[in-house]
Design a protein around this ligand. Structure first.
Ligand code: GLN
Length: 281
């Protein structure tokens, strides 16, 4: 039987030979240890715990096939909360945590203390909706997705995180329009990768394309949302979008077509890329 250290060394070598990032091995083992109440750093020269070893051997081939680690683990963290993920949903990204942070700070700026309604369009794992509900109890949160498989994951995440979010199955804004639900904040991280854009193989091969691709110009879903947004927004409502780093100008133009009197602000992510748009309608 191996020690943790030996196991790491052995598999780092295999990852290197395959041209895969060797850091993945320790990161994976670290997560498995945490989940089994083992402290990897204290036990690094001890024999590998049986449960950790079994889980490691079960997952390592999937990692060697370039599957994203969070799918292999079956969970991911977002805004400090744990979320189940599987191949029906996108793995929540750190950029999207920044979007949640922006919404919370704008809530304080414009609505502080008021009970308001928010909807998350294309919620996937429920990450944005659930993080908002957890962080700000004055928000009444709705969320929708066209994929029933994604909504199953989102509902499970809601229960595990013990909060209130109302989920609807439906395309874009149809669930809200049908029910005559009006909101103050509309948020969406829609699929925005251009059909022709080249993306990482592990993303392309494993993550749901329905959550990634936004047509030729990347704007297909923004258009779908913006054309109907006035029907579900209360007066002076806010729209928050995550967007592709190269969509700023086109998306601003599109937003102003539907909201000619609106004001548009763009925010960069931690990597300095234009990533978020706020439309004050
Ligand atoms: N940020 C994701 C990626 O680059 C894309 C998410 C999206 O299309 N909304 O993989």
């Amino acid at each position: 039987m191996n020690t943790y250290n030996q196991l790491i060394h052995q598999y780092r070598q295999i990852f290197k030979e395959k041209g895969l990032p060797p850091e993945t091995v320790k990161a994976f083992l670290f997560e498995l240890c945490n989940d089994n109440e083992v402290n990897l750093y204290l036990d690094i020269d001890k024999q590998v715990d049986n449960r950790v070893y079994d889980a490691f051997m079960k997952g390592i081939d999937r990692l060697l096939a370039n599957e994203p680690m969070n799918y292999v683990l079956g969970y991911s963290y977002f805004y400090g909360y744990r979320f189940i993920v599987n191949d029906a949903v996108l793995i929540p990204r750190p950029e999207t945590e920044e979007l949640v942070g922006l919404i919370l700070s704008k809530y304080d700026e414009y609505y502080k203390g008021q009970k308001i309604r928010v909807c998350d369009v294309g919620t996937g794992s429920g990450a944005i909706a659930i993080a908002l509900a957890k962080e700000e109890s004055a928000l009444e949160v709705y969320a929708s997705d066209i994929s029933p498989e994604a909504l199953k994951v989102a509902e499970e995440n809601r229960v595990n995180n013990d909060c209130q979010v109302t989920f609807f199955e439906g395309s874009m804004l149809e669930s809200y329009i049908e029910r005559d639900i009006k909101v103050d904040i509309l948020v969406s991280n829609p699929p925005y990768i251009k059909t022709i854009e080249k993306i990482e193989a592990s993303v392309y091969d494993y993550e749901p394309h329905v959550a990634l691709f936004g047509g030729q110009d990347g704007l297909y879903f923004y258009r779908q949302i913006l054309k109907d947004a006035a029907k579900i927004l209360n007066e002076k409502g806010l729209i928050f979008f995550e967007m592709g780093y190269d969509l700023k100008d086109d998306l601003r133009k599109l937003a102003l077509t539907y909201f000619p009197k609106g004001q548009v602000e763009v925010y960069k992510d931690i990597n300095g890329k234009d990533r978020m748009m706020l439309i004050m309608t």
